[in-house]
Design a protein around this ligand. Structure first.
Ligand SMILES: *[C@@H]1O[C@H](CO)[C@@H](O)[C@H](O)[C@H]1NC(C)=O
Ligand SMILES: *[C@@H]1O[C@H](CO)[C@@H](O)[C@H](O)[C@H]1NC(C)=O
Ligand SMILES: *[C@@H]1O[C@H](CO)[C@@H](O)[C@H](O)[C@H]1NC(C)=O
Ligand SMILES: *[C@@H]1O[C@H](CO)[C@@H](O)[C@H](O)[C@H]1NC(C)=O
Ligand SMILES: *[C@@H]1O[C@H](CO)[C@@H](O)[C@H](O)[C@H]1NC(C)=O
Ligand SMILES: *[C@@H]1O[C@H](CO)[C@@H](O)[C@H](O)[C@H]1NC(C)=O
Ligand SMILES: CC(=O)N[C@H]1CO[C@H](CO)[C@@H](O)[C@@H]1O
Length: 396
């Protein structure tokens, strides 16, 4: 395990990361008392009532598009042909997809976000929308360790860096929230008991997601996992599924990734079509906000494009990237300074734009209470354009 100095400080200085031991005996002991929760809710959305987000690993757009199993799903849904990751490597992309920023992260270390950084989970809970994560081969609910290897072969299995919620102390320090971060085996149980949450994030293991294998394995895994679900009435309840990747494989080209939307929430006339709107990982948050009329996080989620079929249903516009720098010059392949940047971490935690109001959505009141007095120094805005390492936020 590689820990940055700062991460060590955080680990030592908070009560957050408790279930971090990765030895077999420690894991068995913690597993025996781990608490698992599967709360159910039925909050109607404007375009879907449930979303399942499945992330695969490290594949360039064209390669992913050429995989026969992913092509199979593309025929059943909408292909996002202009969809981008926000940086490299993996962890900052997973982190960004629930909080609206990666806070300069440029590594896969044991990074833990302070508990005053909010995520989509705060937005969902504020509206009583159930959520959960299903992580293949996580050894027990709420495990906070860096990794868990296959106990027979020693092969990579579950990794913390691919588990977005556990990176945030706002989740990891809260036993009731940790109880929603479950092994994928519990997905089968929740499905059979009709207890799946309305928002879920699904991470296959390091073999299944293509990280240690190839997109062929990842595509096969998704086909095996998802195809039966699409005709299972406990899953298809006006459900939207996003199949996507954390990042592109080749660092010197724009970080474009495949995205495919499937599920019974996809309007019939859009099945088999392509949507060329510009999207990035922040669109995952914005779409959920628009669908359920949630507040925002006041970060890059605010201006991100909502998936067009959802935007059309809620009556808002998607926008092209027209600002500077020109889109073609932005590679999304490095991170700007920030808390978890290995080159320069000497910048303050960025302050959300607590005054932001875009498409009728305002910032979550608890975020305004925590950060509002500092809003004059915010780095965020409501544009669709986002910074990268070569084009950092104004003032950096
Ligand atoms: C976790 O899931 C894997 C398969 O994904 C399974 O082999 C293992 O037994 C599960 N562990 C627990 C504690 O449920
Ligand atoms: C990952 O999960 C698959 C099933 O989806 C299983 O066959 C494989 O053994 C797991 N990988 C490891 C390294 O345990
Ligand atoms: C759906 O959930 C119900 C419990 O409400 C269960 O009886 C049924 O077997 C489940 N169906 C499937 C296909 O899992
Ligand atoms: C990012 O992409 C640009 C353009 O290809 C390239 O010059 C730069 O070296 C890349 N950065 C990294 C860290 O790979
Ligand atoms: C957020 O938490 C960090 C780490 O505990 C702290 O340094 C910072 O002052 C806090 N900021 C606000 C606005 O609460
Ligand atoms: C880190 O970045 C900030 C913001 O760009 C800058 O003000 C500061 O001088 C940088 N520090 C170092 C050590 O490079
Ligand atoms: C090697 C490769 O296929 N990389 C893809 C990464 O994304 C760019 C688009 O920005 C594609 O053109 C590349 O094909």
């Amino acid at each position: 395990m590689h820990l940055s100095k700062f991460a060590f400080f955080l680990l030592a200085g908070t009560v957050a990361a408790q279930n971090t031991a990765t030895g077999a005996a420690d894991v068995a002991a913690a597993a025996a008392t781990a608490k698992t929760l599967s709360p159910v809710s039925h909050v109607k959305g404007k375009a879907f009532d449930r979303i399942a987000i499945i992330w695969l690993e490290n594949t360039d757009y064209d390669t992913a598009k050429g995989d026969p199993n992913l092509a199979y799903f593309a025929k059943k849904g909408i292909t996002l042909s202009n969809h981008f990751a926000v940086t490299h490597p993996s962890e900052p992309n997973y982190a960004a997809a629930i909080s609206g920023d990666n806070f300069g992260m440029d590594n896969d270390n044991f990074n833990a976000f302070p508990s005053n950084i909010s995520t989509v989970i705060d937005l969902l809970e504020a509206r009583g929308i159930s959520w959960g994560e299903y992580q293949e081969d996580m050894p027990y609910t709420g495990f906070e360790g860096f990794a868990w290897v296959n106990q027979k072969t020693g092969a990579n299995d579950y990794v913390r860096k691919h588990n977005p919620a556990v990176l945030y102390d706002s989740v990891a320090a809260n036993p009731n929230r940790l109880a929603h971060i479950k092994n994928l085996t519990i997905f089968a149980k929740d499905l059979a008991e009709d207890k799946l949450p309305q928002w879920m994030f699904i991470t296959p293991n390091m073999t299944s997601d293509g990280h240690d294998t190839s997109v062929t394995t990842a595509g096969t895994w998704v086909r095996t996992f998802l195809d039966p679900l699409l005709t299972n009435p406990n899953f298809t309840k006006n459900t939207l599924v996003l199949i996507t990747f954390d990042e592109n494989h080749t660092y010197t080209i724009q970080n474009q990734i495949l995205g495919i939307l499937v599920g019974d929430a996809v309007p019939a006339h859009l099945v088999g079509t392509t949507d060329a709107t510009y999207y990035n990982h922040f669109s995952e948050i914005a779409t959920v906000e628009a669908n359920w009329g949630l507040h925002t996080l006041g970060r890059w989620d605010v201006g991100a494009n909502v998936y067009k079929f959802v935007a059309d249903k809620v009556g808002e516009k998607v926008r092209p990237w027209t600002g500077t720098p020109a889109f073609k010059d932005v590679f999304f392949n490095t991170s700007y300074p920030g808390l978890f940047n290995s080159v320069n971490s000497s910048v303050p935690l960025p302050v959300p734009d607590t005054t932001a109001c875009y498409a009728g959505r305002s910032v979550l009141p608890s975020i305004v209470r925590t950060w509002g007095r500092l809003v004059r120094s915010t780095i965020y805005n409501t544009g669709v354009e986002i910074p990268d390492g070569a084009h950092p936020p104004k003032g950096y």
